[in-house]
Design a protein around this ligand. Structure first.
Ligand code: MF3
Ligand code: CO
Length: 258
């Protein structure tokens, strides 16, 4: 069952998405050599609570923190710790909040100082995959069009998608139907309709092996140690096309970073 949102619900969600995007950019700007992932988590939580919202991940299926911080070969759901970031690391920040009964969820990957050209390329390709998924979020299209757009773009550019984790709908719950895999054939399954709010979240990596789970039960890593990247935005399907409620987090980050 896919919940179609009313105009009023989209409005509340848009406000929450904007707040989330703003906080995610602030936290991403704090990424630098020497900072601990726990410090980023505390910053995210303080900012969320100051805005009258609540961290969405904390306590979700027992997840212990506000932010997911996944470094280098870590793909998603890295738990904040005393680990200090180092020049050349790539860091995926995934953040969710709830306010007024509606959820927001987004992610981006940033480099710590200078990163290798290969890492830079991985980040660019993952963003390209997300851009194409967003373009596919049109009335009358299919959920699988987003999946196909992600998988095709990543593989055409020499990388591989993560098959074990999916994007999702969002609303009164953090994870709603439909699931949005990062691969698949276009043009089948659920038809896209006005009022669907979707979170495509491409996870892209340098190897084609099944992901490995760390002993903490949360952190997913690449089996070969290859780098992985992750971007996620919230998009609402409208009669006039896809509308990105989170407003382009990478672009906002780059505007602020200079
Ligand atoms: N963006 C991720 C997702 O949609 C974040 C979930 S982290 C969790 O799965 F802790 F809440 F599980
Ligand atoms: Co998500």
């Amino acid at each position: 069952m896919i919940a179609l949102k009313t105009e009023a619900e989209v409005e509340v969600t848009a406000r929450n998405a904007q707040l989330l995007a703003q906080i995610l950019v602030e936290v991403a700007l704090e990424v630098r050599p020497g900072v601990t992932t726990e410090e980023l988590d505390r910053s995210a939580e303080t900012r969320i609570r100051s805005a009258g919202a609540r961290p969405a991940f904390k306590g979700y299926r027992g997840y212990p923190a506000t932010l997911c911080v996944s470094v280098n070969e870590e793909i998603v759901h890295g738990i904040p710790s005393e680990r200090r970031l180092r020049e050349g690391d790539i860091v995926s920040l995934d953040l969710g909040l709830e306010r007024d009964g509606y959820y927001a969820d987004a992610a981006l990957t940033v480099g710590v100082g200078r990163i290798t050209p290969e890492a830079e390329r991985l980040l660019e390709v993952t963003r390209g995959a997300l851009r194409n998924a967003i373009k596919a979020a049109r009335v009358g299209g299919y959920v699988s069009d987003l999946s196909h757009a992600i998988g095709r773009y990543a593989t055409e550019h020499g990388f591989y998608v993560v098959r074990e984790f999916v994007g999702h709908g969002i609303g009164r719950e953090l994870h709603e139907d439909p699931q949005i895999p990062n691969f698949g054939e276009p043009g089948h399954g659920t038809v896209l309709r006005e009022g669907m709010i979707l979170c495509p979240e491409p996870m892209v990596k340098g190897d084609d092996l099944p992901v490995r789970m760390e002993g903490d039960g949360w952190t997913a890593v690449t089996a070969s140690g290859a780098l992985a990247a992750h971007y996620e935005e919230m998009v609402v399907v409208t009669a006039s096309g896809p509308h990105v409620l989170t407003g382009g987090i990478w672009e906002a980050f780059c505007r602020r970073r200079t």
